[in-house]
Design a protein around this ligand. Structure first.
Ligand code: HEM
Length: 509
C-alpha cells in the first residue's frame, strides 16, 4: 500500500509540473500572439490599396505564374517604373535612374541595413554579403585582390575544365549510353547545382565534395547549405519580422530546422578550416580560404567568409545555366549559331577538346547569348537596400527613413523603354555590333549588380557558364520535357525552377 501511495504521489507531482509547464507555455504563446496582433494592427494598419490587397490575398497567382511576373506587369504599367507595396514597406523600382541613385550616387544612404542582416545574419554572420562599413570594405579589398589576379583566374578555369572533362561529360555520356536510342532523362538543374557546388568548394577551400558523382549521395554540406539558404530567404516573406523572431525564440517549425541546418554548416565549415591549418604552409595553397587565412586568425570570421563565397558562386551559376538551357530548347537556331561559331574558332572535329581561355574570348555570339539569357532570367531577380535617412528618388518617389528600396532586375530586363518593343524575345543579336559583343551599361542591366558593390565574381562566372554550355552543346542534343511551360520559381535568394528542368539528352550526330 505504501509503495502505491508513493507512486501515486509521484504521478500527481508529475501531472502538476506538466500542467504548470503547459499553462506557462500557453500564457507565453497567447501573450506573444496578442503582441503580434497589436503590432500588426496598430503599427502596420492593413492597407486597402489594390496592390496590397492583391499581395495579401495572393490573388495575383490567378493570372501570373510567379510573383516576379506580377511585379513586372505592375512596373511596366507604372509611369515612373516604380511601385509601392505598403504592407511590406517596400518601394520596388525598375527605373535605371533610381538604380543609379541607390547603388552609386547616394550609395551611403542605402546600406544593406539591419533588417536584411537580421534575416541572413544566422547563416551569413559577418560575411561580405551581410555587412556594411569597415567590415565590407576590408572583405571587398581582399576579395577583389584575389578574384582580380590572373593566377587565381587561371586556377578557377583549371578547376572548371577538370570538372567538365573528368565528371560532367563522362556522367552524361554514361547516362546516354544506358538510354541507348531514346536518350537519357535527367534533371539538368540538379546536375548544374552539383557541378557548381563542386567547383566553388574546390575554388574557395581546395575541398572536393564530389557532388557530381551521382552514385554518391549529395554531400551533407550541400544539403544543409540548401536548407539553410532556402529557409533564411523564406524569413523575408513574413509580413512582419516579429513572426520569425518569435518562432526562432521558441525554436519552432522552420526556425528549428533552420537552426539545425546552420549548426551542421558550422560544424563542417569548422572542419574545413581546421584541416587547412593542419595541412601547413598556406602560402603554397591556391584557394581563397588559404589566402584569407594568411591575414585573418578569427575562426568565426573565416567561417562567415567561407559561407558567403559558397552562396555567391554556387546557386547563381547553376541558375544562369538552367535558364539558358530552357531558352535554348525553345530557340534551336541559337544552338546552331553557337555551334557554327565554335566550329570556326575551334575546328569542327575537335569536339572532345574543351575550348581554351583564348578561344573562349573570341566567341562573341556565345557571350551575347549568355548575356541575353540572363537579361530575361537573372539569377538574382531583385536586390534590396534600406534607406538610412528620408530621401527622394530621381523619379520623384518619396522614401521615408527605414524604407526598403528594391531594384527588380527581372522586370528591368523586360522594359520596353530600355530594350525596345521586342524586349520579351530572346535575341542574342541585340548584344552584337558588327559581330562584336557590345556590353550595356550595368545600371540598365544590373544582373551582376552595379556601382560600388558590383559582383566580384562576374568574369569568373561568365567563363564558367560559357565553358560548361559550350562543352555540352557541342557534344549533346537536349530536349526539354515541357519547353512551352513558362518557368515557375521557388522563393529563394536565387532563381530556382520549381520541380527542376527535366530534359532528354542524346549524343549529337
Ligand atoms: C551568374 C553568376 C553570378 C551572378 C548573377 C552574380 C550576381 C551578383 C549580385 C546581384 C551581387 C550583389 C549582391 C548584393 O549586394 O546583394 C553580387 C555580389 C557579389 N558576388 Fe556575384 N554573381 C555571380 C557569381 C559570382 C561568383 C562565381 C562569385 C565568386 C566566386 C561572386 C562573388 C560575389 C561577391 C564577393 C559579391 C559581393 C560584392 C560586395 O558586396 O561588395 N559572384 N553578385
Amino acid at each position: 500500500m505504501e509503495g502505491i501511495a508513493v507512486d501515486f504521489f509521484w504521478l500527481q507531482s508529475l501531472f502538476t509540473s506538466f500542467n504548470i509547464l503547459f499553462f506557462s507555455f500557453t500564457l507565453v504563446f497567447s501573450t506573444l500572439s496578442l503582441l503580434l496582433f497589436l503590432y500588426g494592427r496598430l503599427l502596420k494598419p492593413c492597407c486597402q490599396c489594390e496592390v496590397c490587397q492583391t499581395y495579401l490575398s495572393s490573388s495575383w497567382s490567378k493570372e501570373f505564374n510567379n510573383l516576379c511576373d506580377w511585379y513586372t506587369h505592375l512596373l511596366r504599367e507604372s509611369p515612373t517604373q516604380t511601385i509601392r507595396v505598403h504592407v511590406l514597406r517596400n518601394i520596388i523600382t525598375a527605373n535605371p535612374k533610381n538604380v543609379e541613385h541607390i547603388v552609386k550616387t547616394n550609395f551611403k544612404n542605402y546600406p544593406k541595413g539591419k533588417p536584411f542582416s537580421a534575416i541572413l545574419g544566422d547563416l551569413l554572420g559577418k560575411g561580405i554579403f551581410n555587412v556594411d562599413g569597415e567590415d565590407w570594405k576590408f572583405q571587398r579589398k581582399m576579395a577583389s585582390l584575389a578574384l582580380g589576379s590572373v593566377s587565381i583566374r587561371n586556377y578557377a578555369f583549371e578547376i572548371v575544365t577538370c570538372e567538365i572533362r573528368d565528371r560532367l561529360v563522362p556522367l552524361l555520356s554514361s547516362l546516354v549510353s544506358q538510354g541507348v536510342q531514346k536518350g537519357a532523362v535527367l534533371d539538368l538543374q540538379d546536375v548544374f547545382r552539383r557541378f557548381s557546388f563542386d567547383t566553388i568548394c574546390k575554388f574557395s577551400f581546395g575541398l572536393d565534395p564530389r557532388c557530381l558523382e551521382l552514385s554518391l549521395p549529395m554531400s551533407e554540406f550541400a544539403t544543409a547549405f540548401d536548407v539553410a539558404s532556402r529557409l533564411s530567404a523564406e524569413r523575408a516573406l513574413s509580413p512582419s519580422a516579429l513572426i520569425w523572431k518569435i518562432k526562432r525564440f521558441l525554436n519552432l517549425g522552420t526556425e528549428r530546422v533552420l537552426k539545425q541546418a546552420i549548426n551542421l554548416v558550422n560544424v563542417l565549415a569548422e572542419d574545413v578550416i581546421k584541416s587547412k591549418r593542419k595541412k601547413g604552409d598556406l602560402s603554397t595553397q591556391k584557394d581563397l580560404l588559404a589566402m584569407f587565412m594568411q591575414t585573418i586568425d578569427d575562426h568565426n570570421y573565416l567561417r562567415d567568409i567561407v559561407v558567403s563565397f559558397l552562396l555567391a558562386g554556387r546557386d547563381t551559376v547553376a541558375s544562369g545555366l538552367t535558364s539558358f538551357f530552357w531558352l535554348l530548347a525553345n530557340h534551336p537556331h541559337v544552338v546552331s549559331a553557337i555551334r557554327e561559331e565554335s566550329d570556326k574558332i575551334m575546328g569542327p572535329t575537335s569536339d572532345d577538346e574543351l575550348a581554351t581561355n583564348e578561344q573562349m574570348r573570341k566567341m562573341q555570339y556565345l557571350q551575347a547569348a549568355i548575356y541575353e539569357s540572363m537579361r530575361l532570367f537573372p539569377p538574382v531577380q531583385f536586390d534590396s537596400r534600406f534607406s538610412q535617412t528620408s530621401d527622394v528618388l530621381p523619379d520623384g518617389t518619396y522614401v521615408e527613413r527605414g524604407t526598403r528600396v528594391t531594384y527588380h532586375a527581372y522586370a528591368m530586363g523586360r522594359m520596353e523603354h530600355t530594350w525596345g518593343s521586342d524586349c520579351l524575345e530572346f535575341k542574342p543579336e541585340r548584344w552584337l555590333k558588327d559581330g562584336v559583343f557590345a556590353p550595356e551599361d550595368p545600371i540598365k542591366y544590373p544582373v551582376f549588380h552595379a556601382g560600388l558593390r558590383v559582383c566580384l565574381g562576374k568574369e569568373m562566372a561568365l567563363v564558367e557558364m560559357k565553358t560548361v554550355a559550350l562543352s555540352l552543346i557541342r557534344k549533346f542534343e537536349f530536349q526539354v520535357a515541357s519547353p512551352d511551360n513558362w518557368p515557375r520559381f521557388t522563393p529563394g535568394l536565387t532563381a530556382t525552377l520549381r520541380g527542376g528542368l527535366t530534359v532528354v539528352v542524346k549524343r549529337r550526330n
